[in-house]
Design a protein around this ligand. Structure first.
Ligand SMILES: Cc1cc2nc3c(=O)[nH]c(=O)nc-3n(C[C@H](O)[C@H](O)[C@H](O)COP(=O)(O)OP(=O)(O)OC[C@H]3O[C@@H](n4cnc5c(N)ncnc54)[C@H](O)[C@@H]3O)c2cc1C
Length: 456
């Protein structure tokens, strides 16, 4: 296989043989699920991706596409061996078109580089997931969400078109720079969030917006979590258009404080809501004032605006570090389920109940404005066998409760390998069957990421 791949690529240094593949390419960012592969290929062009896919398809070789490998669900673990197809070196920003508010980029462009590039031109790419070193292709393949989803939506809302390579090597472009598109099936929507199961994304046409004139972050401490989360609906009803609405419990803030060295104000609070507003200076002031009235009328302990961007960045540093802060203390299993926004408080209470019943510690925080609850389930001193058994029991219970409230397995991280059992257990078999049919129609031999496709 290596000989053939080297002949296809024409550059031996970009085709690494199985035994020489660095461990980080055989896993995800958590590094707990691992496997081995026969080859790692670093593609530089669409044509190379196409040639590799044609070869893999003709020879029934599994392929795992890969961006930066920052996923938390094992989706880049090459469980069936074969080829890891890394597109992170396809990292050119090909065009920023200020007249149509669009950009065309290769899939390996790193999110933070792209954001900085367009912001320097007075534009903004709003999707803002926590891990800024992820690639744009990976963000699209997982339909990444993040902090600004309340106002702007998720990655899906900023993808106008995609060039993709299908499993048999065929190259197609689905979508364009146009704002509207009622021209046949919207295949790009199918590819967004498909976690490398349907295609390899090789070019991305993205939507941009003008960069907001200013932004303001506000921290609102509450005596208890229930009042904090219940206030979120009132904030969303106030027509104040917040960019982000996050909740964090005090016990979680303490972990973040220890990890970053930043001190949160009002330590007597049990929970905080952290908001941002962006827009013109006038809009931001007016919207923040509306929210101040709402939260103070609902029993907030205080309303703390951060006029100094440096101070605001420090506060956001605590929110942004939470997954890593928890990892620094203990192995943990991240959960990223989503419930309807009016069920967030009820769901967090369920989590506390499961915590009390099982003695398993859980750290909850998340995007309160969109019902996306992040949980870190803490391993502590459990033995391997005990952790495996107890974790599975707790996870089954947590996902069943989320589905009972109308929720879903993942709001933004994807299903990957790690969340498959819970996704399958809670999804309608008829729905899974349709997903499987779509997979088979586009990838009849199931060469692409079949380890995370919709098993019979
Ligand atoms: C600290 C931390 C915070 C995070 N915060 C968030 C958050 O707020 N919101 C969020 O949504 N996620 C978050 N994530 C998860 C992760 O960063 C995202 O899932 C991200 O979109 C993955 O991008 P990547 O380039 O690393 O993709 P990878 O991890 O390399 O791949 C992810 C999946 O996409 C597929 N894939 C990658 N590139 C392509 C391509 N070009 N074509 C087809 N398939 C492809 C892979 O096969 C795999 O299935 C966080 C992760 C960490 C470590």
């Amino acid at each position: 296989m290596i000989k053939e791949l080297r002949a296809l690529i024409g550059d031996d240094s970009r085709v690494v043989a199985g035994a020489d593949i660095e461990a980080k390419f055989l896993t995800d960012t958590l590094g707990r699920l691992k496997a081995s592969a026969d080859a790692l290929v670093f593609a530089l062009t669409t044509d190379e991706v196409s040639r590799v896919m044609r070869y893999a398809c003709e020879n029934n070789i599994p392929v795992t596409p890969r961006g930066a490998g920052t996923n938390l669900v094992g989706s880049t673990v090459p469980l069936r061996g074969g080829i890891i197809l890394d597109v992170s070196r396809m990292n050119r920003i090909l065009e920023v078109d200020e007249e149509t508010f669009t950009a065309v980029v290769e899939p390996g462009v790193v999110l933070q580089d792209f954001q900085a590039h367009v912001e320097a031109m007075g534009l903004m790419y709003p999707p803002d997931p926590g891990e800024k070193t992820a690639t744009i292709g990976g963000n699209i393949a997982t339909n990444a969400g993040g902090m600004r989803a309340v106002k702007y939506g998720v990655t899906r809302d900023f993808v106008r078109g995609l060039e993709v390579v299908l499993a048999d090597g065929t190259v197609i472009t689905a979508g364009s720079k146009n704002v509207k598109d009622a021209s046949g099936l919207q295949l790009r929507q199918l590819f967004i969030g498909s976690e490398g199961t349907l295609c390899v994304i090789t070019k991305c046409i993205l939507r941009l917006v003008p960069k907001p004139e200013t932004s303001l972050s506000v921290l609102v401490p509450f005596r208890d979590l229930r009042s904090a989360i219940r206030t979120v609906h009132a904030i969303l009803s106030a027509n104040a258009n917040p960019t982000a609405v996050e909740f964090i419990e005090r016990s979680v803030v303490e972990l973040g404080e220890r990890f970053t060295g930043v001190t949160f104000p009002c330590p007597e609070a049990q929970a905080y809501i952290l908001l941002t507003f962006d827009g013109t200076a006038f809009e931001v002031r007016a919207n923040a004032e509306r929210v101040r009235e709402v939260v103070m009328a609902r029993g907030a302990i205080d309303y703390l605006p951060f006029e100094d961007p440096k101070e605001a960045a420090e506060i956001w540093k605590v929110r942004g570090c939470l997954v890593k802060a928890v990892e620094a203390v203990s192995e943990q299993e991240p959960v990223d389920l989503v419930v309807p926004i009016n069920k967030s408080a009820e769901y967090i209470e369920c989590v506390h109940q499961v915590e009390a019943e099982t003695g398993m510690r859980m750290i909850a925080f998340g995007h309160a404005g969109d019902g996306n609850v992040h949980l870190c389930i803490i391993r502590g001193g459990r033995s391997d066998a005990q952790w495996k058994e107890e974790l599975d029991r707790v996870m089954r219970s947590l996902y069943a409760k989320a589905y009972a409230l109308g929720g879903l397995t993942s709001g933004e991280h994807g299903v990957g390998i790690a969340k498959q059992p819970y996704f399958f257990a809670n999804s309608d078999p008829a729905l899974l069957k349709v997903m499987r049919s779509v997979k088979t129609a586009l990838d009849p031999k199931h060469v692409l990421n079949d380890h995370i496709s919709y098993l019979e």
